[in-house]
Design a protein around this ligand. Sequence first.
Ligand SMILES: [Mn+2]
Length: 327
Amino acid sequence: MESVIPAVERLKREEGDILLVTHHNPDGDGIGSMLALYRFLKKKGKNVRMAMKDDSPHIYDFLPDIEKIEKLPIQHKFNLAVILDAAGMYRADAPVDAKEYMRIDHHIGGVFESINDYVDPYASSTTVVVGRILREWDESCIDKEIATCLYTGLLTDTGSFKHNNVNEESFEFAKYLVSKGVDPSKIASLVFERNKPAVIHLLHRVLSTLEMDYGGKIASLVVRRDFIESTGAEEEDTEGFVNFARSIDGVEVAFIMIQKPDRETWRVSIRGKGKINVQKIAKRFGGGGHRDAAGCRIKGEEKEVKDRLIQAIKEEMNLQTEEKIKV
Ligand SMILES: [Mn+2]
């Protein structure tokens, strides 16, 4: 029987070599969806490889086949290249040479790579989309290892089932994966409870920079370069720190400014809590993202950059409040 999902038909048909890739600075969803699809395609006898530009964060080192992920760029022309969990091939951040491209994802908008793309912005993770593909194709091939990769993407992209992208399908899918042998408690512990002491020392220093503005509606944190250097942590260890600012009662917008090694560029992550669309704030500085999570890069002195951000957030809050009143 023919599948109703074009991506399934396209992958079934492919007899040549396939490359799976994910975005740079890879996360649990990008890595999990790539590994799950890889293992499944191998079982189907396909000639498949995986690659990405950056190293995987150490918290995902327990995922099966993670050691088989190669580094981009690869000097080879593939028949088909599939990018997972990204708004387009450009997000690989390295050249990928193939006769044909395909995108499997859950981001809003993005690049159309081919008629075989499978993008559902309502899916809470890319692993949900990959799960639909695998179940449609051959459920009997989904083993405990594949289910573990799929669950890890679901768990991390929903912020442990806390974000506003969680829906009925998230729990149905989780239930299905548990029926395939997934151990939710073990995975949560492997992903979230293996911090190095240096990360907690870094967090301690970052939390001491907490500032509240605009009557407690804006909370900010700063990661200065010397915090990272003196604690022996890595820049990627700051992932999620912004959520401490966001968690404060009354905060509507939280942001964290991370100083890059050149000391004049700041990578900014902005988080909302449903009230304010933070994507619009990031866009003012040439960045982008989602409604509740966005980012951008700004150059300048710490104080000057922070003031510009707070000014932009205040303006955007007033604008968006006015819009709501008009409606
Ligand atoms: Mn994702």
